[in-house]
Write a protein that binds this ligand. Structure first.
Ligand code: FCB
Length: 454
């Protein structure tokens, strides 16, 4: 899309939230500072071969020290909301109160950060869990253990008691698919497991901890809006054969409905439950009711659509007997993810039709490309700029169709530690020169700033 027909801010409701999104482990650094405990990602990074460039989060963007300039940059863009996450091991280095005291220095850091946002007119949106579980809890099974649910509630109580007077938007968990499926089954993320059953049990505890945390947050943070963020994908079938259409339904069952259905009070989808067989999680009486505790919004992270075909070979088709099909001739990001603004429209309209959430917040959307810092001191990331413009145009279309989206958060403010890819993938609208820690707004960031100030 040329900038002539790019969306403009006035196309969106006046009270729309415009933000940038970040997470603790990916930007903070200060890996061993001020009493922080070890997280599963610190441990994972130490295992050879886990992170593509052999890196870790010890320094990252050094946001722990450079946060005032990062918040200044966010303010300069003109965003009115800032999404960050709290690192649990900074607050409870030993995971839970039974194992050790609260680390005051960790709480004090987030106090300063939140005050810094408020001073700059940025509304703080806090994610409680963006994957950095205290390692000590992993030693007792991590999210596969029900004890971790209790520990999460303690941690939530401590954080929301401290910040709940100023933070009014809370996201319990970021993307259970990634923390559980990629972490416990696909062996890509920390803690690095290969068991489907563990992943489903871990996910059950994650969503249970979400539901049980809601009343805790509401008690400590008057008038707060509370939600959970899911990574969701619009899915199509490779053909309209009955087999491929059935594969689409099965794949959607695990990829999307497995998360959405219980949160919206329907329990786990019966068809998917049957397919997972013995790997199904252990569910205690009352769990499903807790998971379905009403929220104020559904957080959606949208990156790419998927296409699947029928595949009855369990080695390639997996438990859902469906495998991904690489579409030919489509535009892709540096990660190989398909670029599909239409996918965002499809996903949002489907969510409204099938689940009718009161409010949707687009808590992440963004792209990675090979960025080059050119001699003029700029990063001319025209693909990311175009990605951003076209996804905002898609968002405008979805809103016009009646989907109640109330906010958009660009992933991410800064280039950062992209999990198993280390620093090889740049998602920022600001470039980070890791050697000097200098930040340079890319053309996409400069455009976002102009868009916001129009
Ligand atoms: C999402 C994660 C986020 C970031 C982006 C690229 O799955 O929530 O931390 O890694 O992908």
């Amino acid at each position: 899309m040329s900038s002539n027909n790019a969306p403009i801010r006035k196309d969106f409701p006046a009270d729309f939230r415009w933000g940038v999104s970040t997470s603790s482990f990916q930007i903070e650094g200060a890996g061993q500072e001020d009493g922080k405990g070890e997280s599963i990602w610190d441990r994972f990074c130490k295992q050879p071969g886990r992170i593509r460039d052999g890196s870790n989060g010890n320094v990252a963007c050094d946001h722990y020290h450079l946060w005032p300039q990062d918040l200044d940059m966010a303010k300069g863009l003109g965003v009115n909301a800032y999404r960050f996450s709290v690192a649990w091991p900074r607050i409870l280095p030993n995971g839970s109160l039974g194992r050790g005291a609260v680390n005051e220095a960790g709480l004090a850091f987030y106090d300063r950060l939140v005050d810094g946002m408020l001073e700059r007119g940025l509304d703080p949106w806090c994610t409680l869990y963006h994957w950095d579980l205290p390692q000590v809890l992993q030693e007792q099974g991590g999210w596969t253990s029900r004890e971790t649910v209790a520990a999460f509630l303690e941690y939530t109580d401590i954080v929301t008691r401290r910040l709940g007077d100023r933070v009014k938007h809370w996201i319990t968990h970021n993307e259970p698919w990634c923390s559980c499926m990629m972490g416990y089954w696909e062996n890509i993320h920390a803690p690095g497991g290969t068991s489907f059953a563990d992943a489903l049990q871990a996910n059950h505890h994650v969503v249970l901890s979400h539901g049980q945390a809601i009343p805790v947050i509401r008690k400590n943070s008057a008038d707060a809006k509370v939600g959970i963020t899911l990574s969701l994908h619009p899915i199509t079938a490779a053909s309209d054969s009955a087999e491929d259409l059935a594969a689409l339904k099965r794949h959607d069952g695990l990829r999307n409905r497995w998360f959405l259905d219980p949160l919206f009070g329907r329990g786990y989808p019966a068809d998917t439950l049957e397919l997972v067989g013995d790997a199904a999680p252990e569910i205690v009486e009352g769990d499903l009711a807790a998971i379905a505790t009403p929220t104020d919004f559904l957080g959606v992270n949208y990156y790419f659509p998927e296409m699947v075909k029928d595949d009855q070979d369990p080695k390639t088709g997996g438990p859902m007997r469906a495998s991904l099909v690489e579409k030919e001739g489509v535009e892709r990001t540096g990660f190989g993810w398909e670029v599909s603004p239409q996918g965002l429209v499809d996903l949002l309209t489907r969510l409204q039709r099938d689940y009718n959430p009161p409010v949707i917040q687009l808590t992440e959307n963004g792209s990675t490309f090979e960025d080059v810092l050119t001699p003029d001191g700029r990063v001319h990331d025209k693909e990311r700029l175009s990605y951003l413009q076209r996804h905002l145009a898609a968002l405008k279309q979805a809103i016009a169709a009646g989907v109640p989206v109330k906010g958009y958060f660009a992933w991410s403010l800064l280039d950062n530690f992209e999990w198993a890819e280390g620093y090889l993938r740049r998602f920022g609208i600001a470039y980070v020169d890791y050697a000097s820690q200098r930040r340079i707004l890319k053309d996409s960031g400069l455009w976002y700033g102009r868009f916001l100030n129009e």
